[in-house]
Ligand binder design. Sequence first.
Ligand code: JEE
Length: 263
Amino acid sequence: MTAAPESSLQIDVFSIFPEAIDGFCSYGLLGKAREAGLVTVRVHDLRSQAGDPRRSVDDAPFGGGAGMVLLPGPIFDAVESCSPPRPLLLLGPAGRLFNQEMARELAEQAASGSGGFSLLCGRYEGVDQRVVDHLVDGEVSIGDYVLAGGEAAALAVIEAVTRLMPGVMGNDASLVEESFADGLLEYPQYTRPSVFRGWAVPDVLLSGDHGKVACWRRAQAIMRTIEVRPDLIEARGGLSPDEVRLIRQYGYAGDLPPQMQGP
Ligand code: JEE
């Protein structure tokens, strides 16, 4: 027996590749969450709303230029014929940069408001601007690189949001977010065997001393973040004197510019 979900998240997705979205969403934790009724993903085929026998969804841009643009008609019809949960977000390279805070806000739409959110995936050169101006509630981008369409971005958003739903990870959302919450990258993880091809797991992890393990992990997380994402150290207001002492103790010999040291 499984307990009834506290709240369920509804996500409607609009795409010309509905099978790709639906297929991906039936795997892993998200697939399980769907089966358990914690998350409902409905995928709408933009082509099923096309007005002509050829089922066209795109046309050349007014004013000329390369590529094709998604027609407003099929998109308005698909959205208006199912009144999807709002906000309806358009995925596009010109959108607001998606981050963990936005993922948290969207996960909260489950309990409040419309019970979820919706995603519109463009293709080709994008969608007619009237869709942006009069149909969607906002535009989101998953990063500063150029994809060929919104589908992969929609899947990234769906996965980042659904893993925060209570019960989806078999964990409370606060635990799921533990690490990102203090603004550091993850510490390194090891599993069996304790020696693989001559490479041994750090002794401390086999010591059984939980206090020492916690200190080592924290030092590793801090050192890794300094090397890979110094911007995250700055964003959390630098390192405390205790944290500086900790990484020195674990052998960090690099520079610590002033912006990486706390007030
Ligand atoms: C949705 C079509 C392709 C390629 C014009 C002009 C843009 C659209 N983080 C993200 N990267 N890419 C997307 C994304 C891409 C999409 C669609 C999402 C629909 N495309 C496309 C090129 C252009 N370029 C110069 O600046 C870059 C427009 C995305 C998200 N989310």
